[in-house]
Design a binder for this molecule. Sequence first.
Ligand code: PLP
Length: 396
Amino acid sequence: MIKPNMNYANLKDSYLFFGIAQKTKKFLEDHPGEKLLRLGIGDVSLPLCPAVIYALEEGVREQAEKQTFHGYMPECGAPFLREAIAAHYGARGINLKPSEVFVSSGASDELGDILDLFDRESTALITEPAYPAYVDANVMAGRKIVHLASGRENGFLPMPTEDLRADIIYVCSPNNPTGAVYSREQLKKWVEFADKNGSVILFDAAYEAFIEDKDLPRSIFEIEGAKDCAIEICSLSKTAGFTGTRLGYTVIPEKLERCGMNFNAMWVRNRTTKTNGVSYIIQRGGAAVFTPEGQRQIRENIDYYKRNAKCIMSALEEAGIWYTGGKNSPYVWMECPSGMGSWEFFDYILNEIKVVGTPGAGFGKCGEGYFRFSSFGSAEDTRLAAERLKELLKKG
Ligand code: PLP
């Protein structure tokens, strides 16, 4: 009989989003007609910007004419988009060749697929709290996982220690769920650690566009030496509202090698075997993000979410609650009041003020006792939710 990949039996049920859905469903059944204010969503609520829509429409029209029709696209990405992304990095002082940029269907796909580049015996280090897909993708591959916890004492920014050993290192900055962002000095320490141990950093930069402090790094490649030890995974999902349109990009420096193997060349081989590229139309839309007009328009949407985050942050500040994130991130990560557990706080605010958020415990053990609010909802709902939250928390 065929033997399935038995590693799947080691996966824990994703209780997080299932649990939230079940609890909110039950609440609405018990309270018909009640409106919930949803600050738990990780999806965007604003539409694609006009420059992207125009480019998508143009792309569709081109597909209608024999002279402009495109069939299969190059597996690693359309040259016009790889060039636009490399130029976008160049404008920020990071020199990349277009051949170091790989167009993808989004960061989730890449975070799973990229593991093909590493031996099954390699150990994955996951800085936690973390986006749940990191753990699950490695469990599926049967890899050993080291969980590096963090907490309020280090601002939820775990750092390497002398005794730590790992081959693949996940670093997400700005972090989902905590919204915490590594400083240049901190990322330098991770690069030094990876260099010393021959590890590779998988740098998840899905939220880089939310960084507003000029001295905070938006890319691992702002750190000297990172081209020898890091891969950067990016997404247009939150940057430009592509969650349902699907587009991302991954940077693999041509210098990145281990054991005589070149990761950029390996990924070319992987993509040309396992994909037939991303749709021409979507890549046309994606390229519009990197035009001056596109950049200005996506900035307006990011600013809208930033104002939502500010609203949540102000409410927590007025109520005297510790939090991190928000300023350079779409997520605000708060400590639950009076020693409450994450799920206890979830039930508390659902029942008392009809607000839905995300329990921190769903992002790793060290998330217990914390709670995530997302700024991706509507401004009106966020303002109302923040107001209610402030009053409830002030009551104690
Ligand atoms: N990485 C992080 C940290 C995320 O939070 C998300 C989505 O929420 C992703 C990756 C996946 O992004 P994409 O929509 O590009 O698959």
